[in-house]
Design a protein around this ligand. Sequence first.
Ligand code: ZN
Ligand code: ZN
Ligand code: ZN
Length: 111
Amino acid sequence: MFKKSLLLLAVLITFASVSTEASAPNYYPALLCNNCGFGFKSQHCVKCDKWVNTQFHKARLCTSCGFGSKKQDCVKCGKWTGNQSYEARICNECGFGNKRENCVKCGKWAH
Ligand SMILES: [Zn+2]
Ligand SMILES: [Zn+2]
Ligand SMILES: [Zn+2]
């Protein structure tokens, strides 16, 4: 009896780990190159260029805009970011509601 419930538990755990994998996010973080993110520039909204210090969202790329090595390209100038990259930000207004979940390149929903 004990063995049987242990087996059931193992099955449940396996199932749980599979289902978390399926709900992995379908987007990539939008990046800025060393040049576009230099100094305080990385702290500006990539959409409206407003300076955002604390109230910001991480900019996203959809799976097609970030496909392959494209996710390593700067969202501003398109240059490869290489080892020096900054996470792009969007301000509270540009990311209001579920706009923060939109791809900063094509505007498609990236979640
Ligand atoms: Zn903005
Ligand atoms: Zn750049
Ligand atoms: Zn996109």
